[in-house]
Design a protein around this ligand. Structure first.
Ligand code: 4AD
Ligand code: MG
Length: 456
């Protein structure tokens, strides 16, 4: 169908022209002589007002129903109110009617309710805005890396090795259950790949392979985790941005992570001003100031050991005890980033016992060169580390964790053939989108969120 996007009509420069637009009716108003339609096609935050002179036109009454799809031809004129434009209709055609059972009615509905209609909620202002921001941010991710000569690689989603070693892999099998199998190994011997396979929790291990050939690479794809965390920050399927950089040590990768986050925020502020104003008004008061403040400040850096000391001295009632060696709980992360530093903070050099096998072991014998970036309102948004580049040290870390070395032969080979210091990180894309929109539930920044006991 030949038509013009609403964003283009609203952008100005079309005054006096005759155009055809298509979209869904958000609201309508009627009076004796004129009727108005608010039309949205999803291409812009503001909607287009269509003015219908009832002395000239008498459109199908179905065209006025909330949710109906219509096409309208008419002349672009200066708006009666304000300095925008509106459309004087010459012809209004119904494309698809929308009966009153349509669950997305004009009155404000709750995010909880809208979660039950994921196939329709995108047409609301809020979700329309969230997913425009998400798309703009995704484009900015590619631009950021492309401009800096990182190569984009696509790592496998089906894998035989568990990157995080946390046993949170979904199994991939082509067999139906065979209760007669003597063992798990036996069961998978006859399986599609002849061995146990799963959905990847991270593209890092293969990303490292590519970084050892191209120096700078990134992945941007889905990761899967069968963790039963029923929280506002966890999904079973999330999108993961994972750069991997050769000849980079921990301070180098920290610099890159901060630079990238700021680049992405700047892109969203510049390209989605109307959306950010909307979120500032309805989702998180002060959002725009928060983001501007982040752009203008240096992120804090604090060792895990100092963070523990800070938490122990804190005037706060923590539910989980704080002692050196413990994993930081959400309440601790929130205290550090929201109360103490009041900005994003990199917590570095965690105890090796609570982190992954691949992280570079520090000379103290107790900690690893890893960092999590914590941000106010969310907590961990990035998991980052320098990788252990020494073959023997890596093997001993894997043995301590009782890992099956044979599943990691290629990964270990990287330490035998021209090993170099290298580092990388993983940014949870949904958590980033939450951060820049002020949406406080990860299920509301994902088209069809999956979490434990939930697949719609
Ligand atoms: O900290 P994680 O587990 O680190 C890794 O997977 C590394 N292999 C990354 C790397 O160094 N290449 O995960 C990285 C980030 C987290 O900080 C978080 O933002 C996000 O991924 N994330 C999740 N997001 C949504 N739902 C989940 N279940 C997530 N698990 C991790
Ligand atoms: Mg992590």
């Amino acid at each position: 169908m030949k038509h013009t996007d609403i964003y283009e009509v609203l952008a100005g420069g079309m005054l006096g022209k005759t155009v055809t637009v298509c979209g869904w009716v958000r609201t309508s108003r009627d009076s004796a002589a004129v009727a108005f339609l608010e039309l949205a096609d999803g291409t812009s935050f503001p909607r287009l007002q269509v003015v219908i002179d009832k002395n000239v036109l008498s459109p199908d009454p179905e065209c006025f129903k909330c949710g109906a799809s219509v096409s309208v031809s008419g002349e672009v004129v200066k708006a009666f109110k304000g300095d925008g434009v509106e459309l004087n209709a010459r012809e209004v055609s119904l494309l698809g009617k929308c009966p009153p059972e349509y669950p997305i009615q004009k009155k404000r509905t709750t995010l909880e309710f809208l979660r039950t209609v994921p196939h329709l909620r995108l047409r609301t202002n809020t979700f329309n805005a969230v997913f425009r921001v998400r798309s703009v941010a995704a484009q900015a991710v590619h631009r950021y890396f492309h401009e800096r000569r990182y190569y984009y690689v696509n790592t496998p989603l089906i894998t035989a090795s568990d990157c995080e070693g946390a046993g949170e892999m979904f199994r991939v099998t082509a067999q139906s259950w065979n209760a007669k199998a003597a063992s798990e190994e036996e069961f998978h011997k006859n399986d599609f790949f002849g061995r146990r396979a799963g959905l990847s929790v991270s593209g890092q291990l293969e990303g490292e392979v590519a970084a050892m050939a191209f120096s700078k690479i990134y992945t941007f794809g889905p990761s899967f985790r069968a963790e039963k965390s029923n929280t506002t920050r966890h999904l079973s399927e999330f999108w993961h941005i994972e750069p991997e950089v050769a000849f980079a040590e921990l301070p180098d990768i920290i610099e890159i992570a901060e630079d990238m986050i700021k680049y992405l925020i700047r892109a969203v502020l510049e390209e989605c001003p109307a959306e950010i104003d909307f979120f500032d008004a309805f989702m998180e008061k002060g959002l725009k100031d928060k983001l501007t403040h982040v752009l203008n400040s240096d992120f804090a850096v604090c060792t895990y050991t100092d963070a523990i000391a800070l938490l122990q001295k804190a005037d706060a009632d923590f539910q989980f005890p704080v002692e050196w060696g413990c994993d930081l709980q959400t309440e601790h992360e929130k205290y550090l980033t929201e109360v103490h530093f009041k900005k994003p903070v990199f917590v570095t050099d965690y105890p090796k016992g609570i982190k992954s096998f691949y992280m570079k072991q520090n000379a103290d014998g107790k900690t690893v060169a890893a960092t999590d970036l914590l941000v106010p309102g969310i907590g961990e948004i990035i998991g980052c580390s320098e990788r252990e580049a020494d073959y023997d040290k890596l093997v001993s870390a894997m043995k301590e964790r009782n890992m099956d070395l044979s599943a990691y032969k290629q990964y270990l080979d990287l330490r035998l053939f021209g090993s170099v210091p290298h580092s990388g990180f993983g940014l949870g894309f949904e958590r980033f989108v939450m951060y820049v929109t002020g949406i406080d539930n990860i299920r509301d920044v994902t088209l069809f969120p999956r979490w434990v006991n939930n697949i719609m």
